[in-house]
Design a protein around this ligand. Structure first.
Ligand code: G4P
Length: 528
């Protein structure tokens, strides 16, 4: 197969949702239809990670499984499908946002009874700000749900995107009995059972005037469906691939992941419509996937997959060129040449060694500590820098120190490695050697840090909360000498040695900005 054909058949996407809408279940079902094995345990196991640190610890016992299932690939009907899983808990949203940088499209799962929820809204914003095409899967239609027109308005009002239903639920007053496929004009009626979604639903399909279908639908349901379809044809947004690709229109599918209803047709249609890898922006201009010069970026680092060996896997999205085992590349951030050794790909519960990978693929490479999240690798001949990585300013700060000064070496190594992984933000204070200031988006990140330092580095730590909730950087990256209004601020340095002012609240931050009109302040670190 030619390189162009290899690129064209790749579909790299993430599934996003508010917790409980059915992301895990849908992922599992896509794997089921994709023929991936041992899936029930692997995907389900990750689910609890969003609840509490105790569950997270439980998951960590099965670390190999939880990590390998964070990127999965399989072949389906000629497509190479790469699904990037994302943590559901809001405290880990930074991880999710970074993962979204590596996809070409996203599937947004919505609970038919609940509509658009808060976490969906946040994740949607990240996708839409990057112009990522979004496909909507309205889940759980085996249950009572909202009126589909109301869901469409909900999507438009809350998310600001118009939707184009590809199929339509059949039923009235929220009691659904099936879906109608608008492309083939076929009705699929499920036969409800008492298995509460644990079994695959029996399905009858046919045209609306087929006797088998007419038998199952009473007059009122049929009339309501027909009038809905007419209204959609007249007033709904027509299917428009350009708008979909630009992230301005979302194709909408209804189904039930739990009972498999509508999942396979969704997968088939989605793979036809979802974009293959396209050109990506770099600081030096766009780079097309069919450019023969290799380029890629690291969007996730997972340390200690095997705690005995302290190994680190860097997850890389390939953006152009062909990856071959042992490829030597330029690490843009350090300017050094590095060899990408032991490349791996992930199949359900197992890792496999790979010889070759193409744009759109995600590969895991063993890293000896050189790579960081957001880093670019490319060729010397065609140096590029992928830069638009979102940075989320921490809202919680604490002082981190080892319980015992005897463990200083392990402490430093652990903190450095976990900071490089992007698990936490670490700041240093001038002349303070025994402790660090740490910043996080959610409390759970602190707890996971404590747990991992103890388990993976054998260091017990003290985490003391600090009364700061916001941070400011300066555009110049320098510490202005004539700064005023910093009485309540703590000056620290981030990992790139840039000064950062930690402030108790937004009001104080506003005060600092107001008192120093000649200085440009930023609420996220300056992009380089
Ligand atoms: P998440 O990853 O988005 O958080 O959601 P997840 O798939 O874990 O699903 C959340 C709950 O919704 C689960 O129930 C799951 O079984 C159920 N669910 C998912 N899809 C459907 C569907 O199509 N129909 C119905 N009726 N339920 C669905 P749970 O009780 O929390 O877990 P479990 O006991 O089933 O494991």
């Amino acid at each position: 197969m030619s390189v162009i054909d290899e690129i064209k058949r790749r579909r790299t996407f993430a599934i996003i949702s508010h917790p409980d809408a059915g992301k895990t279940t849908l992922t599992e079902k896509l794997l089921l239809y994709g023929g991936a094995i041992h899936l029930a345990g692997s995907v389900k196991a990750r689910k609890t990670s969003r609840y509490a640190v105790s569950d997270w610890m439980e998951i960590e016992k099965q670390r190999g499984i939880s990590v390998t299932s964070s990127v999965l690939n399989f072949d389906y009907e000629g497509c190479r499908v790469n699904i990037l899983d994302t943590p559901g808990h809001a405290d880990f949203s930074e991880d999710t946002y970074r993962t979204l940088m590596a996809v070409d499209s996203a599937v947004m799962v919505i609970d038919v009874a609940k509509g658009v929820e808060t976490q969906t809204k946040k994740l949607f914003k990240v996708c839409s700000s990057r112009g990522i095409p979004i496909f909507t899967f309205v889940n759980k239609i085996d249950h009572f749900g909202k009126n589909p027109f109301d869901l469409m308005s909900d999507i438009e009002e809350v998310l600001g995107i118009r939707s184009c239903p590809m199929n339509w639920p059949i039923g009235i007053n929220g009691n659904y009995v099936g879906i109608y496929d608008r492309e083939t004009n076929t009705a699929f009626i499920f036969i409800k059972d008492n298995a509460h979604g644990t079994k695959k639903l029996q399905v009858v399909s046919g045209k609306l005037d087929d006797s088998s279908i007419m038998e199952l639908l009473d007059e009122e349901v049929l009339e309501s469906l027909k009038s809905d379809l007419e209204l959609l044809d007249e007033a709904g947004d027509p299917f428009n691939m350009d708008k979909i690709s630009a992230g301005k229109l979302t194709p909408m599918f209804f189904g039930s992941a739990m009972t498999n209803f509508g999942v396979e047709p969704f997968l088939k249609r989605f793979l036809k419509l979802a974009p293959p890898p396209t050109e990506r922006k770099t600081l030096e201009g766009s780079i097309s996937p069919d450019n023969s010069d290799f380029s890629g970026f690291i969007f996730k680092i997972q340390a200690n997959m095997d705690p005995k060996h302290h190994d680190r896997i860097a997850f890389m999205r390939i953006c152009s060129g062909i990856f071959e085992k042992g490829l030597s590349v330029l690490h843009r951030q350090s300017g050094k040449n590095i060899r990408l050794s032991q490349p791996q790909q992930f199949l359900a519960t197992e890792r496999v060694s790979i010889e070759e990978a193409y744009p759109g693929d995600i590969i895991g490479i063993f890293d000896t500590g050189e790579l960081g999240v957001g880093d670019t690798v490319c060729t010397k001949k065609h140096p590029v820098t992928f830069s638009d990585f979102p940075v989320f300013p921490p809202e919680l700060f604490a002082r981190l120190s080892p319980m015992s000064s005897m463990k200083r070496k392990q402490f430093l190594r652990g903190v450095n490695q976990l900071a490089q992984e992007g698990a936490i933000q670490v700041y240093s204070q001038p002349y303070v050697m025994e402790s660090f200031i740490i910043g996080a988006v959610g409390q759970l990140q602190f707890e996971v840090l404590r747990y991992r330092l103890e388990k993976e580095y054998n260091v017990d730590v003290r985490i003391e909360s600090l009364p700061y909730t916001t941070a400011r950087w300066t555009a110049s990256n320098a510490l202005p000498e004539d700064l005023v209004g910093t009485d309540n601020a703590l000056v620290v340095y981030d990992a790139k040695k840039r000064p950062v002012y930690l402030l108790p609240n937004e009001w104080q931050a506003g005060w600092l900005v107001e008192r120093n009109p000649n200085i440009e302040f930023l609420d996220t670190p300056p992009m380089i």
